[in-house]
Design a protein around this ligand. Structure first.
Ligand SMILES: Nc1ncnc2c1ncn2[C@@H]1O[C@H](COP(=O)(O)OP(=O)(O)O)[C@@H](O)[C@H]1O
Ligand SMILES: [Mg+2]
Length: 284
C-alpha cells in the first residue's frame, strides 16, 4: 500500500523541468481526470454562533498556483488552517492527495504537515535569530542533516529569494519585503510539495509586492509543487495565478482558470475585481 508520503515524493518533479504554467483547462477534462493535491468538500466551520465556512468546496490542482480571493474576514486564514490540519471541520472533508486528513492518525497528519510550507502573514520569523538561522530552523529541528548540508540548502534558498548577502541580518534590521522573502526561504527548506501563502502582499508597497511575486513565480518554476495563495489583492492574483477562486460568505462563488476569472462576467467576480462598493457582494 502506498502511503501519503509516497505520494508526496512521487509527485516531485525534476529540478530542471519547469513546472507547467497556465495549464490548459482541457487537460483536466473527463478523459484524464484532474489531479488534485488538496480537496475541500462541503466544509462547514462555526465559531460560537458565527458561521465562517458554510459548505465550502474547492479543489487545488497539483503543481499549479491557485489564488483564493476574498474580502477580509471571509475565512481565508481559516481555510489554510483547515488544509494544514490545524482546524478540524465541523462537517465535510479536507483531503490531501486523496486522503481525508481527519481519518489519519495524529502521527500521519504530523508527517503530512512536515511536507507543507507556510508563509505566514508577518513572515513569523524569530526575532532573536538572524535570517540564516531562521531559515535553517526547520532543518535543524526536523532532520538530522549535517551542518555542511544545512548550510548548502539554506544558502541556495536564500539566494533564490535574493537574500544571499543579508543572511547575517536580524529580522528587525531588514524591510518587511525581506522578512517575507526570508519566511518564504524558510518555508521551502524542507522541500514542501504544498506551499501556503497567507496574504503575502499585506503590508508591502507595490514594488516590494511585485518583487515577492516574481520570487514566488521563479521558485515555482524551479521546484514545482502546489501553491495556494490567499489574498484580497487582485494584482497579486493576476500576476501569479494559474487558477483563481473567490469565496464569499463561507462559500465559493467562482472558481476556474485565471484567464477566465479576469474576463468573467459573473457579477460577483466583476465586482470583486473592480473593487466597486455597489454589487452583489454588499458591505455587510
Ligand atoms: N479560532 C477562532 N475563534 C473564533 N473566531 C475565529 C477564529 N478564527 C477565525 N475566526 C473568525 O472567523 C472569521 C474569518 O477569519 P479569517 O479566516 O481570519 O479571515 P480572513 O479572510 O481575513 O483571513 C473572522 O470573523 C474571525 O474573527
Ligand atoms: Mg487572514
Amino acid at each position: 500500500m502506498t502511503s501519503i508520503l509516497d505520494k508526496f515524493s512521487g509527485n516531485r518533479i525534476e529540478v530542471n523541468e519547469p513546472a507547467p504554467r497556465h495549464l490548459d483547462p482541457s487537460d483536466t477534462g473527463e478523459a484524464t481526470p484532474a489531479s488534485y493535491s488538496m480537496e475541500v468538500k462541503e466544509v462547514h466551520k462555526t465559531f460560537g454562533s458565527f458561521k465562517v465556512l458554510q459548505g465550502l468546496n474547492l479543489n487545488f490542482q497539483d503543481n499549479a498556483i491557485t489564488t483564493v480571493l476574498g474580502p477580509s474576514g471571509t475565512g481565508k486564514s481559516v481555510l489554510i488552517k483547515h488544509l494544514v490540519g490545524l482546524l478540524e471541520p465541523d462537517a465535510g472533508e479536507v483531503a490531501i492527495f486523496g486522503q481525508d486528513l481527519w481519518s489519519m492518525t495524529e502521527q500521519e497528519r504530523y508527517d503530512v504537515r512536515k511536507k507543507m510550507g507556510v508563509l505566514f502573514q508577518d513572515g513569523a520569523l524569530f526575532g532573536s535569530m538572524n535570517l540564516f538561522d531562521n531559515t535553517a530552523f526547520p532543518l535543524r529541528k526536523h532532520t538530522d542533516k549535517h551542518e555542511d548540508e544545512i548550510q548548502d540548502i539554506v544558502t541556495r534558498r536564500l539566494t533564490e529569494v535574493g537574500l544571499e548577502r543579508s543572511w547575517h541580518k536580524y529580522p528587525n534590521e531588514v524591510s518587511g519585503g525581506m522578512r517575507k522573502r526570508a519566511g518564504f526561504a524558510r518555508a521551502m527548506v524542507m522541500e514542501p510539495r504544498i506551499v501556503f501563502f497567507d496574504e503575502p502582499d499585506s503590508g508591502l508597497d507595490p514594488v516590494r509586492t511585485s518583487l515577492l511575486n516574481d520570487v514566488i513565480l521563479e521558485m515555482h518554476a524551479e521546484h514545482g509543487g502546489t501553491y495556494l495563495l490567499v489574498t484580497h489583492d487582485i494584482r497579486t492574483a493576476r500576476k501569479v495565478s494559474d487558477y483563481v477562486g473567490l469565496i464569499w460568505k463561507g462559500k465559493t462563488v467562482h472558481y476556474g482558470p485565471a484567464e477566465e476569472a479576469f474576463e468573467h462576467d459573473d457579477p460577483f467576480v466583476r465586482q470583486f475585481l473592480s473593487g466597486e462598493s455597489a454589487g452583489p457582494l454588499g458591505m455587510d
